[in-house]
Design a protein around this ligand. Structure first.
Ligand SMILES: Cc1cc2nc3c(=O)[nH]c(=O)nc-3n(C[C@H](O)[C@H](O)[C@H](O)COP(=O)(O)O)c2cc1C
Length: 306
């Protein structure tokens, strides 16, 4: 059996494994350390950071739905400075890459926080552009290609030293268009999908289940949408893609790689099995051995059509 090479290069971010923990489902790793070998993870995309600490939304903020969950956590986090001071030293104990996931409610917030991260010991920055732009009627940055390109350009200017990944929202008509806008702005890579906007209603109580009324849907129910979007983005842009949405097994990960992704993130599955990320990597290795692939490039984008 030839040696497997799982390493990938995501726009300058070199990972020893293509399997990454998705933002918001893995915290800063602490709770998972007893259950999973964090050294095996290609990277950890940390809980979404903002310039200032945030308390998040009122409870209930997670609800189960058929084949997945809805969440409206509302970006609860300690703020970028506390992350740099307290969490980076903890994460640096492990042989995994630190991806700082960054959110903001206006361009200036993103720019100020990105400038701090440029000087910090993180391996890459992933911009969550699903956040409402409060200065432009609260539509998400990632829903407006012009605003998105401007935001990416502004962040790129203050973040010359780190790979910049733009995490696309699926709540758009054309994901190819927003992917192209991100790349025109200077993205080194794109990741997708973030959650799909949804809601759940308790008919007997005649109330929404989430205190925030609506929330983001994730888990196995979103996988077909995510695969379609990764496939479309792979035809639209020439930067590496990190695919996610409902991945629970190695074969799920292989499907995203066949659709054009170079790496994958595992999100909601971590809430079901705390060692889901390593299980996905085991399954991916099994798939590659069965298929006689020795590297990710052997099957990336090799979906056979017709
Ligand atoms: C509870 C929860 C919190 C999340 N928080 C963030 C976040 O802070 N930043 C972000 O970019 N994505 C966040 N996400 C989205 C996930 O990273 C991922 O894009 C999405 O859930 C789809 O993948 P999955 O189906 O494997 O969970 C969150 C998802 C969940 C379920």
């Amino acid at each position: 059996m030839a040696d497997l090479n799982l390493s990938v290069d995501i726009g300058g971010l070199k990972l020893h494994s293509p399997v990454i923990a998705a933002s918001g489902t893995f915290g800063f790793g602490h709770e998972f350390e007893p259950y999973a070998d964090l050294n095996r993870l290609g990277g950890i995309s940390v809980k979404g950071l903002t310039l200032k600490p945030r308390q998040g939304n009122p409870a209930p903020r997670i609800a189960e739905t058929a084949g997945g969950i809805l969440n409206s956590v509302g970006l609860q986090n300690p703020g970028v400075e506390a992350f740099i001071e307290k969490e980076i030293p903890y994460l640096r104990q492990f042989k995994t890459k630190i991806i700082a996931n960054l959110a903001g409610s206006c361009e200036d917030d993103y720019v100020q926080a990105a400038a701090l991260l440029n000087e910090a010991d993180v391996d890459a920055v992933e911009l969550n552009v699903s956040c409402p732009n409060v200065k432009a009627g609260c539509a998400a940055f990632g829903q407006d290609p012009v605003a998105l390109e401007g935001l990416v350009k502004a962040v790129r200017k203050v973040l010359p030293a780190k790979p910049l990944i733009i995490k696309l929202t699926p709540n758009v008509t054309s994901i190819a268009e927003t992917a192209r806008a991100a790349v025109s702005g200077g993205a080194d890579a794109v990741s997708l999908i973030n959650t799909l906007l949804g809601m759940k209603i308790d008919a007997r109580r005649m109330r929404p289940v989430l205190a925030n009324v609506t929330g983001g849907m994730s888990g196995p129910c979103v996988k077909p949408v995510a695969l379609r979007m990764v496939y479309e983005v792979s035809k639209a842009v020439n930067v590496p893609i990190i695919g996610m949405g409902g991945i629970e097994t190695g074969e799920d990960a292989a499907e995203f790689i066949l659709a054009g992704a170079s790496a994958v993130q595992v999100g909601t599955a971590n809430l079901v099995h705390p060692n889901a990320v390593t299980k996905v990597e085991d399954g991916l290795i099994q798939y590659m051995q069965d298929m006689k692939f020795t590297s990710i490039a052997d099957f990336r984008g090799k979906l056979q059509i017709g």
